[in-house]
Design a protein around this ligand. Sequence first.
Ligand code: NDP
Length: 443
Amino acid sequence: MSYVDSVLEELIKKDAPQKEFIQAVTEVLNSIRPVIDSNSHFKEMGLLERIVEPERVLMFRVPWMDDNKKVRVNRGFRVQFNSAIGPYKGGLRFHPSVNLSIIKFLGFEQIFKNSLTGMPIGGGKGGADFDPKGKSDHEIMVFCQSFMTELFHHIGPDTDVPAGDIGVGSREIGYLYGQYKRLTNRFHGVLTGKGLTYGGSLARTQATGYGVIYFAEEMLKIKNDSIKNKKIIISGSGNVAIYAAEKAAALDGKVIALSDSTGWIYDKEGIDLETVKKIKLVNHSRLRDYISIHKNAEYHRGKGIWSIPCDIALPCATQNELDAKDASNLIKNGVKMVVEGANMPITIEAIQLLQSEGILYAPGKAANAGGVATSALEMSQNSIRTSWTFYEVDTRLRHIMSSIHEHTYDAAEAYGHKGNYLVGANIAGFLKVAEAMMEQGIV
Ligand code: NDP
């Protein structure tokens, strides 16, 4: 049995119920086989057994009192997965679906994504099974304060620097930071995605979405093509989706559909983003409100967004949101490129289908790495007590995305898989971490 297969078999025996985690590890290990098979040192040093095991897993009680004076208890998590190349770095997700499997899958992916950015940041992820929807501002604050009251023991600017993710935006980061400061009496860059008045970076809000489009542009450049005049559908209407749509439109692409967790809108004239921003970012409402303003647009309940014909599809909502049936629909309707804005939004079967049909495909760990890269730029600005202009940060982001593209493309080619961004991203991300782990001994 090969080294990869024996590690996967052992992991499945130990962690079988952790479906998402097993899925993420299987995808990565399968695609780095060419590297593993050609280096027997990795096996001698137990590298794969070590890389699939988090350095530390924290699970904790988060008690808080709601506005009706009822005591509630949620479960908090922080998985400090790998610090071979820098302090743990990765977001916090507040969503009722959060469990250990989801946090471990996200933390594992984060190791390779962070390595790809070229910045000195390790992999981690955290969150809670708390649902911010329908909660008052006061309840959100009380929850964040309780969450940080445990988390602060385990983080620090040189140890672990969390950020936002689903359900954790600037409001939550503000409350978390306030409580950290109060508990430690320290004002330093322990969280990223902060407000601009207390150490946040310009362009961090836009970075993940803009980065996805910069990456897609690089992929198209290789084919002597561009975003211009492409029909684009984007799932989600949160941070990543909205700013991917904004940059795509700025480059003359035509975004014709967006979704949220209840349904999707289709506007063949091109989505009016100002309306979407008002609905989602200001009113925190449902996307169906769009059709009361844009009478020619359509709203559909459920998850049918992938049935719309388009040139480019960008899944930017959540994991496993695009399955083999959706991929078949996209292929049948002539899609040319699928780029992941979310983390692991496409099932393994669907990826295989897209690749077997020659559709250009890029994994999230490469395409959405602009968010964490800009978080690392925020850490740098905090360390040297400065703040760069929007233009400066955006220019660095563009450069980072172009360099991630180059490394990914080159690694795929070097290992005989030219044009396979999945293999390229996993190999390029893995090699740096593996080398650092080998040099640091068995730890
Ligand atoms: P947000 O919470 O801002 O937005 C998430 C969007 O996806 C919302 O429109 C939400 O709908 C929708 N959504 C969430 N869960 C589901 C579901 N189960 N089914 C259908 N739709 C759903 O999150 P982000 O935009 O920040 O994150 C989106 C993805 O991108 C995640 O996978 C995240 O891990 C990844 N990511 C985010 C980064 C960042 O910088 N923010 C960086 C790198 C990756 P509704 O509005 O109804 O809640």
